[in-house]
Write a new protein. Sequence first.
Lengths: 212, 212
Amino acid sequence: MVRNRQLTEQKLVEAVGVVLEAEGLGGLNASAIAARAGVDKALIYKYFGNLETLLRRYGEGADLWWTAEELLEGVAETGIKLNRSIIFSLVLVRFLKSLRRRPAARAILAGEVIQNNVLVDILAAKRERETKRLFGALTTLFGGPLSADEIVGLTSYMHAITYATLLGRGGGRTVFGIDLGTGELAWAKLEAAIMTGAKAQFTGWRTKSAPA
Amino acid sequence: MVRNRQLTEQKLVEAVGVVLEAEGLGGLNASAIAARAGVDKALIYKYFGNLETLLRRYGEGADLWWTAEELLEGVAETGIKLNRSIIFSLVLVRFLKSLRRRPAARAILAGEVIQNNVLVDILAAKRERETKRLFGALTTLFGGPLSADEIVGLTSYMHAITYATLLGRGGGRTVFGIDLGTGELAWAKLEAAIMTGAKAQFTGWRTKSAPA
DNA sequence: ACTATATTTCACTATAGGGTGATATAATTC
DNA sequence: GAATTATATCACCCTATAGTGAAATATAGT
């Protein structure tokens, strides 16, 4: 067998992501990671000291969470005069898509409510930072701060979407009356359902803050 | 020591609730339950066959979830003509309170997103049944079915509240910018925040469905 | 080719958890 | 009060997982 420490370390770090997505945070143990990487688990302790350090290395390098730019891409540049309602809805749909695209994030979020872990901490930090940046960017975009209603509403919908996504992860459980275990169509339905609700809410606000 | 099988079984069943609330679904193991009950863990297998049966016995007896009547208590009897917006807000606040009052429910909900378990199944069944009954009762109350917007909105807020409650369970994490680990005041703030958001949303709907 | 070193594997320890069979002891029956 | 039975404990098996030290082996330098 070829011997190359750097490559082996990399294989281990990558295996963390694979196991995490396949087995969830609960199944993320030294043996599983080493097996996936095709090396002996002793190497985890030789090269990283302990399991936690390996997880941290993975967590810091991986694309675990959205960025404010990702959710707002192209919004400022558009010539069309966008109203708040449309932007909020757009952000929420992109938020949902960003979770769909990141199985590792879903696995960690699921673990967050039940166990603490380096990855949970890392993701929480990224999330807090980007949420602040998102709200900052929206403030700039609107030329003034969001109202309390808007902040609570946006946060609520983000939580609802997150929770729905996590419940759907296991499969079998219905969310908004939709069984998310059954594939593409189900996700499209969930997206539509959330858009419907979000639009209704944001339209209500717009009506309040700028009654036609 | 006094010997009484019935009493011992009861002590074990009660210990399930105590351990669940103290340690969470993850810490709910035979040794911990037996220790809490003050008996040998072998008795779990002698009297219940296996751990799962003991958990089921607890889950079926315990007050794990709200009922439709609990969330709607007194609403139909009121002489005041209540509008949909007020009733929805009331239901959501009672929903939050019902979760606060049931630490065991929170512990199981937290476990739901990461592991399967008899208690998870039992709670899911109770939840599905009562949610249907709640929507049925609201339909009767309003003299007609809820709109799609209303169903999605109500469900969204319930999910948001649930998720917020679960994140608050661990402590340290902030929810809606509020640290729920710090006691009574924090919960009151969360309640107020949710009311604010919910009212804004439901007012929006009312405006749409019955524009003044 | 020989040696030194870095890389890797193997066999092991220790702890925790679900579960079981033999044994001890309290309560009941005669 | 002795024998029987129900109740409870103890010591154990088995599996999984974090972690370790000694031995094996590929690679690099000479």
